[in-house]
Ligand binder design. Structure first.
Ligand SMILES: [Zn+2]
Length: 259
């Protein structure tokens, strides 16, 4: 049995502890986890002139990262060099780092050489008509570590992203709008597909197929620094609009001592 005086004392101690001023520090910036697709032995799609998706995605991520930082966000990345990070570990890294957004960057490939422009996806938990793009991107996944628990892990992964699907769609719409504007494409909307890399993300998460590496013109543009800068500006603007539309409901973390 708890005696009342000690309970009061415990409550009082808790209250006075709570009133101790927290160490002064700048408010944490909103953190965006960028995820350049593929890497290492997984080259991803390949352009007609030989540009590898893994290389183009990494280059884009570097520029997007710089633009986000310049706009006041904190940008982190699932890979900084040409290494293969398993798909299952990418959202996990974003969760561990407490990222506010997860943006996976890829390049599209299509049989039709004229296919062009950007497509932004968020997770579909069921089967969808855009599964062929997801199948190509999921190919390098392998299986999650700890296979006896993989079924349970996979259900938990789905639950993680399920809570953020509406916000993920809103983020996808914000990014697609900016990228359509950049490419001069009006009609393209966001899509939903079962991308493994998005499943475990406990935050709004999207996959951007920035351009068609299979289109000779877009393959060439991807090697142009000015084009990459424009794409990065469009993505940064999309991220800003997403947060601006959140009307103060955005989760802001206060972490002391970080700049
Ligand atoms: Zn890809």
């Amino acid at each position: 049995m708890i005696r009342l005086p000690s309970l009061l004392l415990a409550t009082f101690s808790l209250l006075s502890w709570a009133q101790v001023p927290k160490p002064e520090g700048p408010a944490a910036r909103l953190k965006v986890m960028l995820d350049p697709g593929h890497g290492g032995e997984d080259g991803g799609a390949r352009g007609p002139k030989g540009l590898k998706e893994k290389t183009a995605a990494l280059e884009l991520a570097r520029v997007v990262s710089a633009k986000l930082e310049a706009a006041g966000f904190e940008a982190v990345s699932t890979r900084e060099d040409d290494t293969l990070v398993p798909l299952w570990d990418r959202a996990k890294a974003a969760n561990e780092q407490g990222a506010d957004l997860f943006i996976s960057l890829h390049l599209n490939a299509a049989r039709a050489k004229a296919a062009r422009g950007s497509e932004v996806y968020f997770l579909s938990l069921g089967k969808g008509k855009d599964d062929d793009v997801a199948a190509a991107e999921n190919a390098g996944a392998g299986s999650p570590a700890g296979s006896p628990d993989s079924v349970v892990a996979s259900i938990l992964d789905d639950l993680a992203q399920k809570a953020y699907l509406q916000d993920s769609e809103r983020l996808a719409v914000a990014l697609q709008g900016q990228l359509n504007h950049l490419a001069g494409i009006k009609e393209r909307g966001v899509k939903q597909a079962p991308f493994i890399v998005l499943r475990g993300a406990a935050m709004p998460a999207v996959l951007v197929e920035v351009a068609f590496i299979s289109n000779p013109k877009e393959e060439k543009k991807l090697q142009d620094a000015a084009f990459r800068a424009m794409v990065a500006d469009a993505i940064t603007q999309g991220v800003r609009r997403y947060f601006a539309g959140a009307n103060g409901s955005v989760r802001r973390r206060m972490v002391g001592g970080r700049s």
